[in-house]
Design a protein around this ligand. Structure first.
Ligand SMILES: NC(=O)c1ccc[n+]([C@@H]2O[C@H](COP(=O)([O-])OP(=O)(O)OC[C@H]3O[C@@H](n4cnc5c(N)ncnc54)[C@H](OP(=O)(O)O)[C@@H]3O)[C@@H](O)[C@H]2O)c1
Length: 233
């Protein structure tokens, strides 16, 4: 399979990229900037030179989405899977009274409009059919039932991402493309911190099992965990 993964240079995105290439797939590894820390990704590319293709892709910047799709189109490359992984968690623990709304907007630009931009530009080169999927990496923070009265930019943008996933699932139903918003669990990354009980590697295995259709999905809703079970809406 050919996968596009955003935010592939660290955290869950890097774990997904590693797991996918170890399973024999090819990954178009979206990186915000070739100047950001991408040493591990460069090493992975030298270990799997034919399967890791670095793709400059800042999800807030339409121009980078356009040039990335043009590059793939010019090489007649189509995708089987798009994983919208890139996100930020800003304004942690800020009360509503002290919230910087520009930071809220920044969060929406990356966590919601980012996946929307990526789908807008890459959907035309996604192969249609039951083997194809779109995975939007979401969070339990986006669940209405789990609302905890904080992390407004993150929680609200992930909640909207869940709705986007549901909309996209309906839109692509006739094309048989699977669309899920997946909560990866609380995992040890720069975002999740050291206290997190899970690892990005185990979440990546679960997500790859979902896209390879090896994981039975017991949920009828599009918001699921890495075991294919329903997340509370
Ligand atoms: N960690 C957890 O416990 C947890 C829990 C629930 C959900 N999630 C979700 O899992 C996903 C991965 O999170 P993580 O923990 O791996 O986060 P992370 O370690 O903070 O990594 C975030 C990634 O997103 C990239 N990124 C940020 N802004 C971008 C932009 N404008 N364009 C392209 N890439 C951009 C970063 O690239 P740079 O290196 O260039 O900044 C980095 O590769 C996110 O969607 C997150 O919301 C994580």
């Amino acid at each position: 399979m050919k996968l596009l993964i955003t935010g592939a240079n660290r955290g869950l995105g890097f774990a997904l990229t590693t797991e996918a290439v170890e399973r024999g797939h090819t990954v178009f590894a979206g990186v915000r900037s070739l100047e950001h820390p991408i040493e591990s990704l460069r090493q992975l590319r030298s270990d799997f030179p034919d399967q890791v293709i670095l793709l400059p892709l800042d999800v807030t910047d339409e121009a980078t989405c356009l040039s990335a799709t043009k590059r793939l189109e010019s090489e007649n490359i189509t995708l089987d899977v798009i994983i919208n992984n890139a996100a930020i968690l800003n304004e942690r623990s800020k009360r509503i009274e002290e919230l910087d709304l520009e930071k809220v907007e920044q969060s929406f630009q990356i966590n919601l409009f980012g996946p929307m931009r990526v789908i807008k530009f890459f959907l035309p080169i996604l192969t249609k059919g039951s083997d194809s999927s779109i995975i939007n990496i979401s969070s339990e923070a986006g669940s209405f039932q789990n609302a905890y009265g904080g992390d407004y930019p993150y929680a609200l943008s992930k909640s909207a991402l869940n709705m986007f996933s549901k909309q996209l699932r309906k839109y692509l139903a006739d094309d048989q493309v699977s669309v899920y918003a997946v909560h990866p669990g609380w995992i040890k990354t720069d975002m999740g911190g050291e206290q997190a009980p899970g690892t990005p590697e185990e979440s990546a295995r679960g997500i790859l099992n979902i896209v390879e259709k090896k994981q039975k999905i017991t949920s009828t809703s599009s918001f699921i965990n890495t075991k294919g079970e329903p997340m509370p809406l």
